[in-house]
Design a protein around this ligand. Structure first.
Ligand code: SF4
Ligand SMILES: [Zn+2]
Length: 331
């Protein structure tokens, strides 16, 4: 089917709250249309649906028109986040001259954030990056095996560490993304993996964003999910990760889950999802574990779920098919 989206228009733009200079501020979020992530040609990551947002050919001029569009909506927000469905520092995706125009356009804001794979973060490329920039790095997991087999990331945790340390030495900020619950993991493995990964990332991160896996269309994870072989994590697991990490890492802990409360995203019983997600959001700003206090009877079901997974030795979605047995165990 022919793609009718114009390469000179932004995919999306909205405003939201985030942190800059230690306080809550408004941020402008810009989702660009680019030729997409270079890694997609190698199959891409198992959970990434970004190929859907990419177009085959996007010229320099198209990208500059997207910048004009972003500037037309810019109201002086102190924080601007530019997402390209790939790497902002990849010359094939965003040519250096275009990057320069973005740097100039947002030189007045205290934070400008973009994402990059580590192979584009070199002594050379970092020299041109202005000091108000935060680079977001998708570490996902500090386990080389998880990155290779479950995520198919195409780099190692040490590649991210090298890039992170280089960015810090260059006076830039780093936001590291972790994936909560990659394929083939039980809920308790996912919690352990996220906690260990955050401790690994703390050395080079100003912020650690824990992203519960959200099942995106057209991905390998979606196939597993449709077959009942994957359940997105519980919100209780995300809360547990923050409780374990609080006070043990220097980086600000945060999460703003996509698809939270839906069957494809991080979810609990349905009744408490909103208040549990609100608690996570509050904690992301305050870092106060008291803000994570939520109660719902499904917390006991979550514990029973983890116990059943260990007994059965499977990461399959036990909510489907075994629901009655789980309920019986809790009662
Ligand atoms: S590196 Fe990032 S953008 Fe590229 S396929 Fe993986 S998750 Fe998607
Ligand atoms: Zn509940």
């Amino acid at each position: 089917m022919k793609d009718k989206r114009s390469p000179s228009e932004l995919e999306a733009l909205w405003k939201e709250d985030d942190m800059a200079d230690g306080k809550k501020v408004r941020a402008m979020v810009v989702i660009m249309r680019t030729s997409g992530c270079c890694w997609v040609k190698h199959g891409g990551c198992t959970m990434c649906g970004y190929r859907e947002a990419s177009l085959r050919s996007v010229s320099e001029e198209d990208l500059l028109r997207q910048l004009d569009q972003a500037l037309a909506s810019y109201k002086g927000e102190p924080f601007v986040k530019i997402y390209t469905s790939g790497s902002f520092l990849d010359d094939n995706e965003v040519p250096p001259a275009v990057r320069q125009r973005f740097y100039e356009a947002f030189s007045g804001c205290s934070r400008l954030l973009f994402e990059s794979r580590p192979e584009f973060i070199t002594e050379e490329s970092v020299k041109a990056v202005p000091k108000n920039v935060t680079v977001a790095l998708g570490l996902e997991s500090s386990s080389p095996e998880v990155l290779e087999r479950a995520v198919h990331k195409g780099f190692t945790p040490d590649d991210i560490r090298r890039a992170g340390l280089l960015l810090k030495r260059s006076g830039l900020m780093v936001r590291t993304y972790l994936l909560l619950k990659t394929p083939f993991m039980t809920e308790s493995m996912a919690i352990r993996d996220a906690v260990a990964s955050a401790r690994f990332a703390d050395e080079f991160s100003d912020e650690i964003s824990v992203n519960p896996l959200n099942v995106q269309r057209g991905t390998y994870v979606e196939r597993l999910w449709k077959r009942g072989e994957f359940r997105p994590p519980w919100i209780w697991s995300l809360i547990d990760v923050f409780r374990q990490l609080h006070g043990t890492v220097g980086a600000r802990l945060m999460s703003s889950p996509s698809g939270g409360g839906s069957q494809r995203g991080v979810h609990n019983c349905g009744e408490c999802d909103r208040k549990a997600l609100d608690a996570v959001e509050r904690f992301s700003f305050t870092q106060d574990p008291a803000d994570l206090s939520v109660s719902c009877s499904c917390e006991a079901r979550w514990r029973a779920y983890m116990e059943s997974e260990s007994i059965l030795g499977t990461p399959a979605d036990l909510d489907r098919g075994f629901e009655n047995e789980l309920t019986l165990r809790v009662v």
